[in-house]
Write a protein that binds this ligand. Structure first.
Ligand code: M6R
Length: 624
């Protein structure tokens, strides 16, 4: 995920911005840059494709000692490949307005077209650049571009142009901006993407998270959605986007700067678990309504007609992404569409049997997994069309697939996949909804209901994660166990597999995920007295059967932790419960997996394992 820094004060602006960017490196990025303005209204813009160290070297000889304000950015490519041209900051045609941005401007194509028709020349492929050009137009409309006004007199104009620019933007953004003609004022705004102000003495800071400036100040103000900040050397004023001044309280951060590099979390895995509501929200945003219509066509060329034409779907992936495939299979089948799912490394002769009408859906966080890429090539050779779901812009998979559906989870650093899985599920639910509506499996009213239910999931994720303290206690109680069983049925069976995989990966203990109904056909023999068994049993059509399977396991000595909701808790008899908020049955996998991730995390923590870098594992597996 991208990172923003901003500074205004009498210290060394360039050094502070670059140090801040270094502290945001953990977020993951592919290019970076800074822009600073000196006392003579001269702007210095420096960008590199690559690491902050290279940027640091680049600016070492710059004559920017007098700079009093500036902004910096680490970019994780979304619109446009990772390159120097696409790196932030971006400027207007005059090279005076400078912007850095996190998030996605959903209406950038519309805006860009209009701006180009008005004579603006674009220098990058990014959505962000429209912001700088829009500002240029707004400033012109306020008749100031040519006027020789003193910087202080320009401040209200800069502010008003910024406000008007924000009114034109749709999507998610954290923005920080500097205008060369007005170096005493930095502007910042937030909508669905975090932004925080650091309050110093005679200096102030802007950043996407506090780790960027924590070594200078611990006094911070968090912006809310729809708020903007006018940041000067001697103080900060806060406003709504409508221009109404608001009072905001500052808080004092207790973290030290080392902790803050992981956003205050002990491990990236835990941080990423807590980013899952955002990952789902970002993946769904602007892509759901109307279902079955033109949205997927506009984004990746997949029309309603094409969706009607496929005879079946074939999911392929590895590891956690394969578990997302299994949920996808169940979901499409629920809508009466033929679907299968295979582990990519086992998709050998089957690839050649793909009918021409099959849509192969390949899922990969990295987009670089060798097994998945190989399976895709085989399927394509057989004549199948390929749609990929990935989190990584410009990855090999995106270049080989016919259709690309991005998840917008931000970089996942922990080797154990968590938020990427939720992003994949969100993309699958999105795709299934569009397919079902296009093929008449959901009526207009049902499609709307489906979309509304899906949009509630991020809030339910947050509610579920509030159970963390009790999940931690249960995990600690079982942490000495060398064996774990996870069972469930139907759409939650893949969640049982995922629960077992998570604990294997980071705790190095034996764990099995099983379809609950299969237990009596063999695996039940391994149950011993006190063996931990996690039963995923939300309300729904499989509940009574699940309750029976739990009884069978208990009768053989299993110590059962049941993942339930308030209603199913009455039916399933376990020794411990983790009770989740109620959700429509179809959507429960996006909630039931959360306690299993936290359970695995806390077992590994109790075992003192290297959670973010488990033994023998790599984040991206590029060999077959
Ligand atoms: O990048 P991919 O999604 O293709 O990776 C697939 C698997 O290697 C990955 O999900 C792996 O299983 C994770 N470490 C699971 O936590």
């Amino acid at each position: 995920m991208c990172g923003i820094t901003g500074y205004i004060g009498e210290n060394k602006t360039t050094d502070i911005l670059i140090d801040g960017l270094k502290r945001l490196e953990y977020r993951g990025y592919d290019s970076c840059g800074i822009a600073v303005v000196d006392g003579k209204n001269k702007l210095y813009l420096r960008r590199v494709s690559g690491r902050v160290d290279a940027l640091d070297k680049l600016v070492a000889g710059d004559p920017v000692k007098g700079a009093q304000s500036g902004v910096g950015h680490t970019r994780w490519a979304t619109h446009g490949a990772p390159s120097e041209d696409n790196a932030h900051p971006h400027t207007d045609c005059a090279g005076e307005v400078v912007v850095v941005h996190n998030g996605i401007i959903e209406n950038y194509l519309d805006l860009k077209e209009k701006l180009q028709a008005g004579g603006h020349k674009f220098k990058s492929e990014t959505d962000t650049e429209v912001i700088a050009h829009l500002m240029e137009d707004k400033l012109k409309a306020l008749h100031v571009q040519a006027a020789a006004m003193r910087a202080e007199m320009l401040e209200p104009v800069f502010f008003e142009a910024f406000r008007r620019t924000l009114a034109d933007l749709k999507g998610s953004f954290a923005i920080s901006m500097v205008w060369a003609r007005c170096p005493g004022l930095l502007l910042a705004a937030r909508m669905h993407s975090p932004l925080v102000i650091g309050l110093g003495k005679g200096e102030n800071f802007i950043a996407s998270d506090v780790s960027a400036f924590l070594k200078h100040t611990k006094k911070v103000v968090f912006l809310n959605d729809g708020e903007l900040a006018a940041v000067r050397m001697d103080g900060v004023d806060y406003y709504t986007f409508a221009g109404k001044k608001t009072a905001k309280d500052s808080v004092t951060i207790q973290w030290d700067s080392t902790m803050a590099e992981k956003g205050g979390y002990k491990h990236f895995m835990l941080k990423e678990i807590h980013e899952q509501a955002e990952a789902v929200e970002n993946t769904l945003r602007g892509r759901l309504l109307p279902l079955g219509g033109e949205i997927l066509k506009a984004e990746m060329g997949l029309s309603a007609e094409a969706m009607k034409g496929f005879s079946s779907l074939q999911f392929i992936a590895c590891g956690t992404a394969y578990h997302a495939c299994l949920v996808g299979r169940g979901l499409f089948e629920n809508f009466g569409l033929v679907a299968s799912a295979d582990v990519a490394s086992e998709f050998t002769d089957r690839a050649k049997l793909m009918a021409r009408g099959t849509l192969v859906v390949a899922i990969s966080q990295s987009g670089e997994t060798a097994d998945t890429l190989f399976a895709v090539r085989e399927a394509k050779a057989g004549g199948a069309k390929v749609l990929c779901i990935t989190n990584t812009v410009g990855s090999t998979l995106t270049r080989e697939a016919d259709y690309v559906l991005y998840t917008h989870c931000g970089p996942e650093i922990g080797v154990a996949s968590t938020k990427a899985f939720l992003g994949q599920l969100a993309a699958i639910y999105l795709l299934a909804g569009h397919f079902a509506a296009a093929r008449g499996r959901l009526s207009g009213a049902e499609a709307r209901r489906y979309a509304e239910d899906l949009l509630k999931i991020p809030r339910l994720i947050e509610e579920t994660l509030e159970k963390e303290p009790e999940i931690a206690k249960i995990a600690e109680a079982f942490s000495a166990s060398e064996h774990f069983l996870f069972i469930s049925r139907h759409l939650n069976y893949p969640i049982a597999l995922e629960g077992a995989l998570k604990i294997k990966e980071i705790s190095y203990v034996h764990a099995e995920g099983y379809p609950a109904g299969e237990m009596k056909h063999g695996p039940i023999a391994i149950i011993y007295k006190g063996m931990p068994l996690l039963a995923v049993a939300p309300s729904g059509r499989t509940l009574d059967l699940m309750a029976g399977n739990v009884e069978e396991a208990k009768a053989r000595g299993a110590d059962v932790v049941a993942i339930v909701d308030a209603a199913s808790r009455k039916t399933v008899k376990a020794s411990r419960y983790i009770t989740l908020p109620e959700a429509p049955e179809l959507f429960t996998p996006m909630l039931t997996v959360l306690p299993l991730q936290l359970f695995a995390y806390y077992v590994a923590l109790a075992k003192k394992c290297d959670i973010d870098k488990p033994r023998n594992l790599a984040k991206s597996v590029t060999v077959r």
